[in-house]
Design a protein around this ligand. Structure first.
Ligand SMILES: C[S@@+](CC[C@H](N)C(=O)[O-])C[C@H]1O[C@@H](n2cnc3c(N)ncnc32)[C@H](O)[C@@H]1O
Length: 260
């Protein structure tokens, strides 16, 4: 999910808290992030795609849904994973350059680099039945500059949030709030997929440092089960992206409202 390792962050993280509002989101370089993370499809993302794809196929959803992908960055594959069922997809993204990058991809039809991701999804009929995913994503998706912490409640029918809750702050409370806010933004019963870096110590994009919170399976399970049902947590072996993390995690389930 990140560009270059940042081992020094491991020590600063213990003593310095970087809240989401303190990190330099408008210095986030979407082109560099894309080039490092998604130019070539890796085995870890392939496995995440398969798990997410099969979860949504199993949900036996109707069409015409309004979906959401939160913290989209320069990654289109979560939105592609919900495309077959969505009339509309809202991409909520905080960083100005990421918003502009997404608007460009959608305006011109996404680049052929995403075809390798679509190929994995299109191994299942629901996806194969989408005649023109490039045109359908451009028609369905719109980008909204905003924050995971300010989402409306019970707004969306299906949702994804990949490598966001763990990678926007090094404050554990903000990790928990981000997971909860995302789940509360889904209608009761809405299927979702979330991905996380496991035990991430922070990351750099184009030499700019960004914070992360070190979470593992138990942290994810505790937060997700508080507001979801049918929860499955998968651990994906991964060590080739950079140093400073121990794997990837995927949480699948259906939203369940809490009454707080
Ligand atoms: C590690 S990147 C993940 C990007 C992408 N989802 C992926 O799968 O690679 C974290 C993303 O969260 C965005 N972000 C940071 N703070 C946010 C907030 N408060 N609300 C929504 N997105 C935020 C960043 O701009 C960045 O695009």
């Amino acid at each position: 999910m990140t560009v270059h390792s940042n081992p020094s962050h491991a020590t600063t993280q213990d003593s310095e808290l970087t809240a989401n509002s303190d990190a330099p989101w408008d210095e986030f370089d979407p082109t560099a992030y894309f080039a490092h993370n998604y130019l070539h499809l890796r085995a870890d993302d392939t496995e995440i795609l398969r798990l997410t794809r099969d979860h949504f196929v199993r949900a036996e959803l109707p069409g015409g849904l309004h979906g959401v992908d939160v913290g989209t960055g320069s990654n289109l594959y979560p939105a592609l994973a919900i495309l077959p069922w969505c009339r509309k997809i809202t991409m909520v993204e905080r960083a100005t350059h990421n918003v502009a990058w997404l608007e460009r991809e959608l305006a011109h039809g996404y680049s052929t680099d995403w075809d390798q991701f679509w190929s994995v999804l299109a191994q299942r009929d629901c996806y194969r039945d989408v005649a023109d995913p490039r045109a359908q994503l451009s028609a369905a998706a719109h980008v909204q500059q905003g924050s995971v912490f300010d989402l409306p409640r019970q707004e969306w029918d299906i949702g994804t949030m990949f490598f966001v809750a763990c990678s926007i702050s090094n404050v554990i409370d903000e990790f928990e709030q981000a997971v909860d806010s995302f789940l509360q933004a889904l209608r009761p019963g809405a299927p979702f997929a979330m991905a996380y870096m496991e035990n991430s110590k922070g990351y750099e994009v184009s030499s700019q440092e960004f914070p992360a919170v070190e979470v593992g399976v138990q942290d994810v399970r505790r937060c997700v089960e508080a507001a979801a049902s049918d929860v499955q947590i998968h651990r994906i072996p991964s060590d080739s992206l950079r140093v400073g993390y121990t794997g990837m995690l995927v949480a699948l389930g259906r939203a369940r409202p809490t009454h707080t």
